[in-house]
Structures are given as structure tokens and as C-alpha cells.
Design a protein around this ligand. Structure first.
Ligand code: FAD
Length: 472
């Protein structure tokens, strides 16, 4: 018997329930990846994600090859490709792991019912989350809208973490018509990706190596260091998680095992880190129950908010890290160079765009979508709506981050600012935080004057917010 294993964002061999189940019950498998950006409901992977995907597929291809199985790559409509391959290799079943974006849910439901009508067995699994978004319910059997009670309910259900090992034996099935990886066209024509290549190692092996580094060095100090952008105080597992190169179960298990093997007096407290993985689950819970939130305010009161007119010029200065506000520019340049930005800095650049520049949060969400290697519809939508104040369990709108105070607090020695703003690297600390206080420094360094007055633009945003509430 032959089964098709349709890989999507579960690009790993270990803890892959679809692959494990197919290998356990079938003599031969066809490992398949279909690139179908037109099926992503307007959220086709951006440029940085495509770069990651290319290298992650190359890594999966190599891992499968070591087991003697080829990864069959195709472009086109998923259902048509599956039907064609089922005919060609005589497969009786199809296996995949679930996705939670609204377009993927609709597509998969259609594929499932079409294949079942043709007599093909279809099996789908949860590979990405601790719990399915519909498994955590309030007492009234509805979705949670606030994180803390959601996390309490989820945390209670997390027992000793278990995960599936990678299959030890696999037999592939030869099928013609597969494409070479380059034919998927994922890499940029103009090679801007050197910064990404020097920052990351996409693939299951790279994910495991990052996790080991984090488990050995950083997890114990996570609660203190996670807010300091100059430090490698967080796991940087977000792109690996997004592409399913590692699962939350594997992370949890590895950290729990390491903690158990550590002397009780030095045993790290895993809770602050597990709670962040809890935010990821909460984001998927919200996206599943409120599928409009990638583009529509969760809190409809914000539909009447007086955003400033869309300004490409303003947005471009923000995108390029030329706002004249050091922490905002450092973050945007880190993003452009590495495809990633520290969480605290994400909050600050987002607040600056939505509040000081009063540009609609969706402009920021779209830019992040194109430039982040971890761009993820659930997490990105939650992050932007949280900062803009219109999301579920969001920061109150009147909380406007002050980038100068934040820099003094979280980058007190200026290491992060100096790394990403080389033109200010020699400036003394007070001027690094507020370079506009020395016009000669601006002239000699070429660093721009601030594009808005921070205090004035904050006050204007708060006035707009009060007006919105008055109009309700
Ligand atoms: P760690 O601190 O090591 O956390 C471990 C994991 O928990 C992360 O890898 C991530 O999967 C999850 N996580 C941590 N914080 C959050 C959070 N606030 N919300 C949801 N999940 C979280 N994260 C993305 O993965 N993709 C996005 O597109 C994305 N867009 C964001 C946009 C904005 C405006 C903001 C404020 C946050 C966004 N985040 C996004 C959340 C967060 O910034 C990143 O997950 C985190 O910085 C990734 O770094 P890390 O892996 O070192 O995190």
C-alpha cells in the first residue's frame, strides 16, 4: 500500500504525526510538497519567508534522501496535483498535518471531501500546537478572549511532554514530474539575502542546534534577559516554529529533560518561557475563532478611528530605518538585515507607526509579512492588533511607548543602538539616545532629524483616541 504524505509547514521528520502514521501503516510513501501561493488567501509568503522556505525544503530533501526517499516538489493547485499523483502511484491514502489560517482551513476541507468522494482515505493531525484551538474552551464552551485565563486552562492540560521519534524506516515510490527546488522560484533574483544567510540555519537540524544553545545557556536567565535586545536572551526559535521544523512538544520536552538533569539549586524556571509559547497558542486560538482579524479590527470600536491619511513617504522612512528615532531605526534595520526583530523592539516600532505616525496597523503588518523570516498570520495579527489597541486582550490605546525611555531602560549601554546605527556608533550615550540634541552630530553623521516630535505626536494620537470614544 502507498500513502501520500503532504508536507506543508511541518518540515521535519521527528514528531511529525502524519509522517509517523503513514510510515506505520503503509509499505511505501510519496513525500510531497506543493507550492501554491495563490491558495493563501492574500497572505502568500513574503520575500524573507520564501528565502527561508527554500532552504528549509533543501534541508528536508536532504534528510529524506538519507532515508532513501525523494521529496517530490510541485507547483499548482493542491487538489489537482494530489489527484494526479494518486492516480499515478496508486496511493490509497493521503496524510497531512493541519494548518490554522482561514484560507488553508477552507482549502483543506475542500481537498479532504473531494478525495474522500473518490475513495481515498484522508488523515489529518495536529503537529504545530500543544492543543487544537478548539480544545481549550471557557466554562460557557466558547473561545477565550483574554490571555491569562486561557493560559491557566491550557497549562493545566500540559502534562509530561511527549513526542514522536523520527521514523527509522521509510520506502519511497518513484514518480515522474517532480520539479527541482530552484523551479519553485523562492529565492530573490537580486541577491539581498546575505544578512539572512549569515544569521540563520533553516531546517530541522538548525532548529535543534538553536534549541540546544538556548537550553544550555539562556533559558535560566530568560525572565531577566528577554527584554534586552542587545543580548541573545530569547530562543530565536520563531521561524523554526513557523515552518514546523520543531514542535512546541519537542521544545518543552528538551527543556524539561535538561532542567531535570540540573542540580536542584540551579534548576531553571521554565514557566516564563513556556508562557510565551502559550501566547503563540493563544494567537492560533484567536485566529481560528476570529478568522477576520488579519485585516479587520477585533474591537470594532476602532473602525471609526481617525488614522492619518495613508502616506507612502512616512511609511517608507519607517521601513528603511530613517525615522530619526534611534531605537525605531535600529529595529527596522535589524529586521531588514536579518529578517527578525527582538520582541520588545517590535512593540516599539509598531507603536511608533500606529501612534506617533498614526498610520493604520495593517501597513505595518504587511511590511512585517514581507520582511520577517518568522512571518506568521496568527502571531503577526495578534502582535499588531495588540500594539494598536484594537485586539483581544490588547494593550490599552493610550499606552504609547516612548522610544527614548525604552532605549534607556532596555539598552542602557547602547550596544544594540551602536550595532544597528553605525553612523552614531561613536556618539556619547546621552546623544546616542537623543541625537537631535546635537545638530552638529546630525550633520556630520548623516543621521536624520526626527520625522515627528515624539511628545506632540503622542498627544495628537491620544486626542484622536478620545474623539473616537466620544463618537461611540
Ligand atoms: P522567545 O521569546 O524565545 O519565545 C518563544 C516562542 O514563543 C517564539 O518563538 C514564538 O513562537 C512564541 N512567542 C513569543 N512571544 C510571542 C508573542 N508575543 N505572540 C505570539 N507568540 C509569541 N511572532 C511570530 O512568530 N511571527 C510574527 O509574524 C510576529 N509578528 C509580531 C508583530 C508584532 C507587532 C509584535 C509585537 C510581535 C510579533 N511576534 C511575532 C511575536 C514575537 O515578537 C516573536 O514571536 C518573538 O520575538 C520571536 O523571538 P523568539 O523566538 O526569540 O521568542
Amino acid at each position: 500500500r502507498t500513502a501520500i504524505v503532504w508536507f506543508r509547514r511541518d518540515l521535519r521528520l521527528a514528531d511529525n504525526p502524519a509522517l509517523a502514521a503513514a510510515c506505520a501503516t503503509h509499505d511505501r510513501i510519496l513525500a510531497l510538497y506543493i507550492h501554491a501561493p495563490h491558495e493563501e488567501g492574500g497572505w502568500a509568503p513574503g520575500a524573507a519567508s520564501r528565502w527561508w522556505l527554500h532552504h528549509s525544503l533543501a534541508s528536508l530533501q536532504a534528510e529524506l534522501q538519507r532515508m532513501g526517499v525523494a521529496l517530490h516538489l510541485r507547483l499548482g493547485d493542491s487538489l489537482a496535483v494530489l489527484q494526479e499523483l494518486i492516480r499515478e502511484c496508486g496511493a490509497t491514502s493521503a496524510y497531512w498535518n493541519r494548518l490554522y489560517e482561514p484560507a488553508a482551513i477552507a482549502r483543506d476541507a475542500g481537498v479532504k471531501s473531494a478525495l474522500r468522494n473518490e475513495g481515498v482515505e484522508v488523515h489529518s493531525f495536529n503537529a504545530a500546537l500543544w492543543r487544537e484551538p478548539w480544545q481549550i474552551e471557557t466554562r460557557e464552551c466558547g473561545p477565550y478572549r483574554v490571555f491569562t485565563p486561557y493560559w491557566r486552562a491550557l497549562r493545566e492540560q500540559l502534562g509530561k511532554p511527549k513526542f514522536l521519534p523520527a521514523p527509522t524506516v521509510m520506502r519511497g515510490v518513484p514518480v515522474a514530474g517532480g520539479l527541482p527546488l530552484e523551479a519553485l522560484g523562492l529565492l530573490p533574483d537580486l541577491r539581498w539575502d546575505a544578512g539572512l544567510a549569515s544569521s540563520w540555519k533553516p531546517g530541522e537540524q538548525g532548529a535543534g542546534e538553536w534549541l540546544d544553545i538556548f537550553a544550555d545557556d539562556a533559558v535560566g536567565d530568560y525572565a531577566n534577559a528577554r527584554d534586552l535586545p542587545a543580548r541573545h536572551g530569547t530562543s530565536r526559535l520563531s521561524p523554526h516554529l513557523h515552518f514546523g521544523e520543531i514542535s512546541p512538544r519537542q521544545i518543552h520536552r528538551r527543556l524539561a529533560d535538561r532542567a531535570a538533569a540540573t542540580d536542584a539549586r540551579r534548576r531553571p524556571d521554565l514557566e516564563p518561557f513556556l508562557r510565551e509559547l502559550g501566547w503563540r497558542e493563544f494567537a492560533h486560538h484567536l485566529l481560528y475563532h476570529f478568522p477576520q482579524t488579519p485585516t479587520v479590527n477585533y474591537n470594532s470600536r476602532f473602525d471609526g478611528f481617525a488614522w492619518s491619511a495613508d502616506s507612502e513617504a512616512l511609511q517608507e522612512r519607517w521601513q528603511r530605518g530613517r525615522t530619526g528615532v534611534p531605537l525605531v531605526d535600529a529595529g527596522m534595520r535589524e529586521l531588514w538585515h536579518t529578517g527578525w526583530m527582538h520582541n520588545r523592539v517590535r512593540m516599539i516600532v509598531a507603536s511608533f507607526l500606529c501612534k506617533n505616525l498614526r498610520q493604520h496597523w495593517l501597513h505595518g503588518a504587511r511590511w512585517f509579512w514581507d520582511t520577517l523570516v518568522d512571518a506568521d498570520l496568527a502571531n503577526n495579527s495578534l502582535g499588531w492588533q495588540w500594539v494598536a489597541g484594537c485586539g483581544a486582550d490588547a494593550a490599552p490605546y493610550f499606552r504609547v511607548f516612548n522610544p527614548v525611555t525604552q532605549a534607556r531602560k532596555f539598552d542602557p549601554e547602547g550596544h544594540y543602538l551602536r550595532r544597528w546605527l553605525p553612523e552614531l556608533a561613536q556618539a556619547p550615550l546621552p546623544l546616542l539616545h537623543e541625537p537631535w540634541n546635537d545638530p552638529a552630530l546630525l550633520r556630520s553623521s548623516g543621521y536624520p532629524a526626527p520625522m515627528v516630535d515624539l511628545a506632540g505626536s503622542r498627544d495628537a494620537a491620544l486626542v484622536a483616541f478620545r474623539e473616537m470614544r466620544r463618537d461611540e
